[in-house]
Design a protein around this ligand. Structure first.
Ligand SMILES: Nc1ncnc2c1ncn2[C@@H]1O[C@H](COP(=O)(O)OP(=O)(O)OP(=O)(O)O)[C@@H](O)[C@H]1O
Ligand SMILES: [Mg+2]
Length: 234
């Protein structure tokens, strides 16, 4: 595992305290505490149904929390309105999923350009940044390819480029190698590690594979919505 990043107060990126979440009468997250420093990389593990995806979605503001506090770069996500959260997500948080979630009607370059355009980057700068990102993820020649013509690994490379295009402070990845063969999965992990290192982007990555935790500084175990190793989460 890489050396832990120093986590003094000035470098705190995200601080969650006592997060709780219910779906109906089902308690899915219970008093979760979690601190992330800038550039910190954390793996989230636990059995199916433990609440890993729910926690990831809460940290990224996709899901609301029922109780607790969640500060991102000092801003209280728990108290912000939908528009403010959407703006923060667009600018500061990238997301990668198991099934890539590329837009099928847009080619690789257009998929990657999307967050840049949404953030108001002009067409010329956008084109330049997209080309550089495509090269960075090893797809310099595939700008015009549509998702259906790409392999799983290539689709995930496009998804990673899209997630990191706006240089977010945090990347959330939900089983990013879960739908890939092991060799392709390894290269995707290497790519995530390299890009996060370079941009000093923090990472919270859900994974079922112990071996995938190699790119992370810490592993947090979730069970029935509770963090089992509480000291590691802080
Ligand atoms: N939108 C929803 N509505 C109702 N219940 C939900 C919803 N999303 C998740 N749940 C329930 O919350 C619990 C936790 O789900 P979650 O998807 O967070 O688990 P997970 O740890 O990511 O599991 P897996 O490893 O299978 O992906 C499960 O019991 C699930 O059925
Ligand atoms: Mg899940």
């Amino acid at each position: 595992m890489p050396e832990p990043t120093p986590s003094n107060r000035s470098s705190i990126l995200l601080e969650a305290s006592c997060l709780s979440k219910h779906y109906g009468s089902q308690r899915v997250l219970e008093a979760v505490d979690l601190k992330l420093a800038k550039g910190d990389r954390v793996a989230l593990m636990g059995p199916s149904g433990a609440g890993k995806s729910t926690l990831l979605n809460c940290l990224g503001g996709i899901e609301t929390i029922d109780a607790g506090k969640l500060f991102f770069e000092g801003q209280p996500l728990h108290a912000m309105n939908e528009d403010a959260i959407a703006q923060l997500r667009r600018q500061r948080i990238g997301t990668v999923f198991q099934f890539f979630h590329l837009l099928p009607t847009l080619n690789a370059a257009e998929n990657i350009a999307l967050p840049l355009r949404l953030n108001g980057i002009g067409p010329a700068e956008c084109r330049e940044r997209v080309q550089s990102l495509l090269r960075e993820v090893g797809l310099g020649e595939r700008a015009n390819s549509f998702p259906e013509t790409l392999s799983g690994g290539e689709m995930q490379r496009v998804a990673i480029a899209r997630a990191l295009a706006a240089e977010p402070a945090l990347l959330l990845a939900d089983e990013p190698t879960g739908n890939l063969d092991s060799k392709t999965g390894e290269s995707i992990l290497d790519l995530i590690e390299r890009l996060c290192d370079r941009q000093r982007t923090a990472l919270v990555m859900v994974t079922h594979a112990e071996s995938s935790t190699r790119i992370c500084h810490r592993v947090i175990h979730l069970h029935d919505g509770r963090v089992m190793n509480k000291m590691t989460a802080l």
